[in-house]
Design a protein around this ligand. Structure first.
Ligand code: GLN
Length: 521
């Protein structure tokens, strides 16, 4: 809930003409979410500068249409690492290094990096976790100190849950009173309370919360459950969240922010003219957050076509030669997802063969593109044993391998290629038609690459490389021109799709699904 409320406030302030950014403080000890299992924290979101971050940064970018960076996501692990490195260098001159002031100072230093950059009128700081958690204590303490220092220039917003008890038909304010009390014990008085609720909070309830929590009634903001996260900025505007923030920091306001653009987006989202069913074949399908940005990109790409995309999450481990037809035949397009490791690879390869042979629109992202290369090598080039060396290091045909940047020789080890890299498109390709330009830049998160040694054989047999990183001679996009829509990308287009600027690949993929549906109905 906090990520969407922060993003909505940011979108409202931005619509009023202010420059805004958001920083997420995560109380866990991992240095960054790069090593976290997607089952626990959902997708790892990658920024332009190659930071592996919390998925909330994806919401920030989608709502704000402004890129975030390394600085926008800080964890306890990162803060401690920096402090300990300073201690080892002797920066503390023999002092005892302690949570207060050293850790809290370091947290404030990270927070101020964005404010001091001079690029922003507003920096919204979102603290992960819940008030009262042992882990979040130093962050709350840092905020207490900062509030003191900034005075009227800072506003504290507290998000609480107002549960609804079905049996008595009542909304309960007790949890809100308790969490505010806990916050007060830590020395922080919230200025605004945002209440998550299933039902409308009436005036009496708002007054009650205001009275118990020392805030003005106009600062009790309800955030009622809605179908789409994209409705939240409009609801927050109706509740006056941005107006109250500006009033508290004494910036005079006249009219409301103009949200016509959002309203138009929402209208198209709510009243689509058609619909398609697209399969997402992956291995983390039980938790949709693991593919958050892909799901959101389909919402944007669907709206661009005024078409509702019903995304069906399909577990690749459950797909085999004998059931593939049953599992995929109703789909109008198939996407094979990014991922790591061996689990579920066979089902992905079988799904790609099905899409290729039945001329169903196909989009492969990162591992999905690599699997498309392996499938083509096995079933068209007849290299039965072909594989990515990530899965089978002993394969006789390492069509996907660790590549040295310069001379295309496989290297023994590698770290991940992370963040934005340039790519040049071939002019007569599907990719060029989609992007409408020759030079693009997309974000990466992978170790393995197409093995250029095999390029000639692929191209002479119908799979061609249409996007290339010329600096490093790396293949970024493959296509099958004899297929109506078959494209695999080594990068992650889903990280760059926003409400204001949907990604062309998703727009065109949805269009291809619509065309497939029209033809095969
Ligand atoms: N596991 C593959 C690699 O490291 C693909 C990664 C991904 O899909 N993000 O190259």
């Amino acid at each position: 809930g906090k990520g969407i409320v922060s993003s909505s406030l940011a979108a409202l302030l931005k619509a009023r003409g202010y420059s805004v950014t958001i920083q997420k403080l995560d109380p866990y000890i991992n240095i960054d979410p790069g090593t976290l299992n997607p089952y626990e924290h959902g997708e790892c979101y990658v920024t332009e500068d190659g930071a592996e971050t919390d998925l909330d940064l994806g919401h920030y970018e989608r709502f704000l249409n402004i890129p975030t960076s390394q600085v926008n996501n800080i964890t306890t692990g990162r803060v401690y690492k920096d402090v300990i490195e300073k201690e080892r260098r002797g920066d503390f001159l023999g002092q005892t290094v302690q949570v207060i002031p050293h850790i809290t100072d370091e947290i404030q230093r990270h927070i101020k990096l964005l404010g001091d950059s001079g690029n922003y009128d507003f920096v919204i700081i979102e603290i992960g976790g819940t008030v009262g958690d042992i882990e979040s204590f130093p962050f709350i303490e840092a905020i207490r100190q900062l509030n003191w220092e900034l005075g009227k220039k800072s506003v504290t917003i507290h998000l609480t849950l107002v549960p609804y008890l079905k049996t008595t038909g009542e909304l309960k304010t007790k949890p809100t009173q308790h969490s505010v009390k806990t916050l007060l014990e830590q020395g922080v008085q919230p200025d605004i309370i945002v209440c998550r609720t299933e039902h409308d909070l009436n005036d009496a309830l708002r007054r009650k919360i205001a009275l118990f929590c020392n805030v003005q009634p106009s600062c009790v903001i309800q955030s009622i459950d809605v179908e789409s996260i994209y409705e939240v900025p409009l609801l927050m505007q109706k509740e006056g969240l941005d107006r109250e923030v500006l009033r508290l920091i004494q910036i005079p306001t006249t009219q409301e922010a103009n949200l016509d653009y959002w309203k138009d987006f929402l209208h198209k989202l709510k009243f689509p003219k058609s619909n398609v069913t697209i399969g997402l074949v992956g291995k983390y399908v039980e938790l949709h957050d693991a593919y958050k940005s892909i799901g959101e990109s389909f919402i944007h790409g669907g709206v661009a076509n005024e078409c509702k995309v019903k995304l069906e999450y399909i577990h690749s481990e459950g797909i085999n030669e004998s059931n593939v037809d049953n599992k995929l035949k109703h789909l109008h397009a198939i996407l094979v997802a990014p991922g790591f490791g061996e689990r579920g690879i066979d089902g992905k390869i079988i799904s790609i063969r099905y899409a290729r042979e039945n001329k169903i629109p196909f989009l492969g992202i990162c591992l999905g593109m690599q699997c498309a290369v392996v499938e083509f090598a096995r079933n068209v080039l007849t290299y039965k044993d072909a594989h990515s060396t990530e899965v089978n290091p002993k394969t006789a045909f390492p069509v996907i391998d660790l590549m040295d940047d310069k001379d295309n020789i496989p290297k023994t080890g590698g770290t991940m290629r992370l963040g934005a890299y340039p790519c040049e498109l071939k002019e007569d390709s599907l990719a060029y038609k989609i992007y409408g330009q020759k030079h693009i830049s997309e974000r990466h998160r992978h170790r393995y690459e197409f093995n250029n040694k095999y390029l000639y054989e692929f191209e002479s047999n119908g799979m061609i490389a249409t996007g290339i990183n010329k600096n490093q001679d790396l293949i970024e996009i493959i296509e099958i021109p004899s297929h109506p829509f078959f494209i695999g990308v080594q990068f992650h287009p889903e990280y760059k799709s926003t409400v204001a600027k949907h990604h062309p690949l998703f727009e065109h993929f949805v269009k291809a699904a619509m065309a497939y549906k029209a033809k095969n109905k």
